[in-house]
Design a protein around this ligand. Structure first.
Ligand SMILES: Nc1ncnc2c1ncn2[C@@H]1O[C@H](COP(=O)(O)OP(=O)(O)O)[C@@H](O)[C@H]1O
Ligand SMILES: [Mg+2]
Length: 338
């Protein structure tokens, strides 16, 4: 068994308790269709599945030709056990901004900085990483809130790199939070010392909303990390086309994810031209060139990534829209053998 190639089917069967699956990779490589194919497969096996999209564009609505933009969890019509949610990231960013400015306002007041917090928040919020932090925060939200309600949650997320960086950052963030909490305690205990009614002041520390808030946030990240780092719960899948750039991106992601102790599910190669395409009908030089180019990159995939490759999805004659074609992706994913 140990020297047999682990394909998607054997990987899934070998990890029945995995609940959170992620698809990552460069733009346009097939993250959304792979996430949908995975979700469809699990649903077809009778598991209750949530497909969650945290992309700035509403890709699931167009994939399923169903309006999912309401922000709530919707059942996919025509498929048992399959649910989807598309998060409105703009709404989330707005909320995130409000929360951050409250914290900053408090901090600046405490540190005696005579400036308006909002200006700093605006600068921070124009950073693209801010949007991705909001997405990441939302991912944690869905994991913690919906984990009990579904057997599997498949995340179609553009923000893998950032999510991973943020997890790494969470260590620093944790330290920063601890420092904030300590500072807050110091500030309050000074008040206790100066206070004539010490007991009452101590009560105040325990009830302090800022300390409570900071501790909650710390706890949330701690919980999320526990899930993210657990190979029996989580798997990141990396999607690539047989092309130079997406392969390079996947290699980088894998290194990054592993350095943060996040379990990888493996690599899915998408969009491969089948050899039989060259036999059917009129074969143009263009198609032959494309085919040969892909074969060259398949050699590189075989050299550098092969043991991690879990499935290869062929290039279909049309784009992937509607349940039927998603079902086809699921079938090709799960039946692939090296
Ligand atoms: N194997 C494939 N065969 C045909 N079309 C595909 C295939 N994989 C993806 N597509 C199409 O390519 C586009 C990008 O795929 P998508 O999954 O949305 O990529 P991503 O989410 O990584 O940006 C979509 O229009 C999809 O229908
Ligand atoms: Mg997508």
């Amino acid at each position: 068994m140990s020297n047999e190639h682990e394909n998607l089917k054997s990987f899934i069967e070998g990890h029945p308790s995995i609940k959170y699956l992620f698809t990552g990779g460069k733009g346009g490589v097939g993250k959304t269709i792979s996430a949908a194919g995975l979700a469809y497969y699990f649903a077809s096996q009778g598991e209750k599945v949530l497909l969650a999209s945290l992309n700035p564009v509403h890709s699931l609505s167009s994939l399923f030709s169903q309006d999912l933009t309401g922000g709530g969890i919707e059942k996919i019509s025509g498929m048992e056990n399959l649910y989807a949610v598309e998060v409105d990231i703009r709404e989330r960013v707005k909320k995130y901004k409000e929360q951050l400015s409250e914290k900053l306002r408090w901090f600046m007041k405490w540190a005696d900085i005579p400036l308006k917090a909002e200006e700093f928040v605006d600068i921070a919020a124009t950073n693209p990483a801010f949007e991705e932090s909001a997405m990441f925060d939302n991912t944690i939200d869905i994991m913690l809130k919906e984990g009990e309600n579904f057997d599997k949650i498949v995340f179609d997320t553009a923000a893998v790199a950032n999510a991973v960086r943020l997890l790494g950052l969470s260590k620093i963030y944790g330290l920063w939070l601890n420092r904030m909490i300590e500072s807050r305690k110091e500030a309050l205990s000074l008040r206790v010392k100066l206070s004539f009614r010490k007991e009452k002041a101590m009560e105040e520390i325990k009830r302090d909303p800022m300390i409570k808030d900071l501790l909650d946030m710390n706890e949330r990240i701690r919980e999320a990390k526990k899930i993210f780092n657990n190979p029996e719960k989580t798997a990141f899948f990396f999607i690539t086309l047989p092309l130079a750039l997406p392969i390079a991106v996947v290699k980088r992601f894998i290194k990054m994810v592993q350095s943060f102790d996040i379990p990888t599910g493996g690599v899915i190669v998408n969009g491969l031209l089948k050899r039989e395409y060259l036999k059917k009908g009129k074969v143009t030089e263009y198609l032959v060139n494309k085919y040969n180019e892909q074969q060259h990159y398949m050699e590189i995939i075989k050299r550098d990534l092969w043991p991690s490759v879990r499935a290869i999805i062929p290039l279909y004659p049309t784009e992937i829209i509607g349940l039927k074609t998603v079902a086809k992706v699921a079938e090709d994913l799960i039946n692939w053998k090296p």
